[in-house]
Design a protein around this ligand. Structure first.
Ligand code: ARG
Length: 630
């Protein structure tokens, strides 16, 4: 990307520590590791790998005696070379020395424990850093990722089987990861690996053929595919109960695969109907995806398997072709004994296309944890076949991003009453939206009754707000959890205005955003007009004098840390946590610091604006649109 990159607090500190380390220990090649401290008592950031570095130096000539001595040497150099007005705050205090005399000493940065160095970030630096962001845009804070083009495989539902909450998880997590990478300037190919091929089509098409007068040749009929759920159910019922139908369904697969025109047309019609249903969901959720279904790889499968056989990587196993991967108990099947190709073959072809043709240098698969074994085989076979590099860290990098189950409030896998079918996504989204609409209306009615400020909506505005809030709540309830844990789906919880919810964050954002209009609307005693925020950004200076201002400011400059850690583990919940804590830091600030009408109004409006900007960035990365009035 061509957005200028501004080093984060952590990387700025890392640079200073590196320089100090090189000066103190010229032979050392280790990189300093600087992380945010968990506990603010110890400082804001910490050098935390002195022990490890010490272990590397041990026994060498001139090596420090112990990790503390190493840290002391680094700290001395750091203090010698510290720029006067830089990021590290230097605090001095009168300290009693051994003889009882008092002397002024540096108390921060300081060494703690066996060689940690704790530092505090200067408030002046923080304020300047934030002000520059307000001027140049939040994108300048995006960390460098080190990859050019990522391919993210997510959502990937199956045709004719309705999209269920499991696919919702993949959709929401995948979209968030893709957006986070895009925010960091990575070119992302968002791929929907739709299950649009396979044996289920045999029974579906055969059932259509039987049901229609004149069979498939009777012409295309929209009616046939109007209710795919029902079609699937009916066909499956026959498939399980009628051996004769089962045999013909199998034959139909062969017909389809060998290109029978009528069968192909029926298949296309089924896919088209499914596609419309999926797209309706993506439109609602505001998720962009490119469909590249399993069927698109069909022409690549046979040559691929032939190649694998010729390379001696695929071997015969009872007439089937399999690839063994070291350390795995089962092989990857690439050709069935009847000559057909399956899920594994398709994934091998897809892997190659993504690595070679698409030139992806980071391939990500967002699929339920139950498929981790499948992907270990696919990646392992890919390495064996030279599609992926032998060395672990060479590109393309591949990641399987698994996730747990969605549970009902009873703690069991979420189901509907009828026949244990997975809950329909459409109904779930409808309910979230309706509940949000009611909540917004009730909230404003109550405010009106109690004489508090309230919002009036046009029906269209209300509808939009309800969608944003309802779908946002569903997404956030998913994303705030560590993706690997199962989570309980609970409407009351996810729509709780006071909980860790999208609703809370959306209200928070709207409140912050309203402060500015309040400031501008207010008649000042001196009769001067209040500057708009854009002018203010240019003319006013942000100052972090109050402790709560400083704490909020520090949290704001830590946004890039959250992004880095979210991407390190491919965990969007890190961003959700960060956003929730941002709201907390803002609340603490707002409780103690008057904004509108105060002496510090200008500076504090800038701080509010920065909070809103970062909050919007978080919401965006979580796939949630901001609301300005609710
Ligand atoms: N369609 C599959 C399912 O619903 C998920 C596909 C995941 N992606 C892949 N490349 N295999 O279980």
């Amino acid at each position: 990307s061509d957005v200028a990159h501004v080093p984060s607090a952590a990387s700025e500190l890392q640079g200073l520590f590196r320089a100090a380390m090189r000066a103190a220990l010229p032979k050392l090649t280790d990189e300093p590791v600087v992380v945010p401290t968990g506990n603010p008592k110890f400082g804001d950031y910490q050098l935390n790998n002195a022990m490890r570095i010490f272990a590397h130096l041990k026994g060498q000539e001139g090596a420090p005696k112990n990790p503390s001595a190493l840290a002391a040497a680094v700290l001395d150099k750091l203090l010698e070379t510290l720029p006067a007005d830089g990021i590290i705050a230097v605090e001095r205090a009168l300290v009693k020395e051994k003889g009882g005399k008092e002397a002024e000493k540096v108390v921060s940065p300081a060494i703690a424990g066996p060689g940690f160095i704790n530092i505090r970030v200067s408030r002046a630096w923080t304020a300047r850093h934030i002000q520059a962001m307000l001027r140049d845009g939040i994108e300048t804070w995006a960390p460098r990722v080190g990859y050019q083009r990522a391919v993210v495989d997510f959502s990937s539902p199956n045709v004719a089987k309705e999209m269920h909450v499991g696919h919702l998880r993949s959709t929401v997590i995948g979209d968030s990861l893709a957006s986070t990478l895009e925010f960091c300037g990575v070119d992302v190919l968002r791929l929907n690996h739709v299950g649009d091929w396979g044996t289920q089509f045999g029974m579906l098409i055969q059932h259509l053929d039987d049901r229609r007068e004149g069979g498939l040749a009777g012409g295309a009929a929209e009616e046939d595919v109007k209710d795919l759920q029902a079609l699937y159910k009916a066909a499956k019922k026959r498939f399980d109960a009628e051996p004769e139908f089962k045999a013909r369904a199998r034959e139909a697969v062969t017909q389809l695969q060998s290109g029978n025109e009528l069968f192909l047309q029926a298949w296309k019609r089924i896919c088209e109907a499914s596609r419309r249903e999926f797209q309706a969901i993506y439109d609602r959720l505001g998720v962009r995806l490119i469909e590249r279904g399993e069927s698109s790889y069909n022409p690549l499968l046979r040559p691929l398997v032939e190649e694998l056989c010729a390379m001696g990587i695929a071997e015969d196993s009872d007439g089937a072709k399999v690839v063994w991967v070291e350390g795995e108990k089962v092989p990857l099947m690439v050709q069935k004994s009847d000559g057909g190709f399956g899920y594994g073959t398709t994934d091998m072809a897809a892997l190659r296309q993504r690595a070679h043709d698409e030139r992806g240098d980071w391939l990500i698969y967002v699929v339920d944890e139950g498929q981790s074994g499948h992907f270990r085989l696919v990646f392992g076979a890919g390495r064996k076949a030279g599609i992926l590099p032998q060395e672990k860290d060479a590109p393309p990098r591949v990641d399987f991003v698994g996730f747990g189950l969605v549970l009902g409030s009873d703690g069991k896998r979420i189901r509907t009453r009828d026949e244990g079918a997975a809950v329909r996504l459409v109904e779930l989204l409808d309910e979230a939206k309706e509940r949000s609409r009611e909540a917004i209306v009730a909230h404003n009615r109550e405010n009106e009754e109690k004489g508090r400020p309230f919002v009036t909506f046009t029906p269209k505005e209300l509808d939009e707000a309800a969608s944003i809030m309802g779908y946002g709540a569903v997404k956030y309830a998913d994303l705030k959890n560590n993706r690997l844990t199962n989570y309980k789906f609970n409407f009351d919880e996810m729509l709780d205005l006071a909980g860790n919810t999208a609703v809370f964050l959306l209200y928070m954002h709207a409140r912050i955003a309203s402060i500015d209009s309040k400031a501008v609307a207010r008649k000042r005693e001196d009769g001067r007009a209040t500057l708009g925020i854009d002018e203010l950004k240019r003319s006013a200076t942000l100052m972090l004098a109050h402790d709560k201002e400083a704490a909020l400011g520090l949290h704001i400059v830590r946004f890039p840390d959250a992004l880095e850690s979210a991407l390190a583990d491919l965990k969007p919940n890190v961003i959700a946590d960060y956003a929730f804590n941002l709201a907390g830091a803002y609340n603490s600030f707002y409780a103690e610091c008057q904004v509108v009408g105060s002496e510090e109004e200008d500076s504090r409006r800038l701080l509010c604006e920065a909070t809103a900007v970062v909050m919007r960035a978080c919401l965006k990365l979580l796939g949630i649109q901001p609301l300005y009035r609710i």
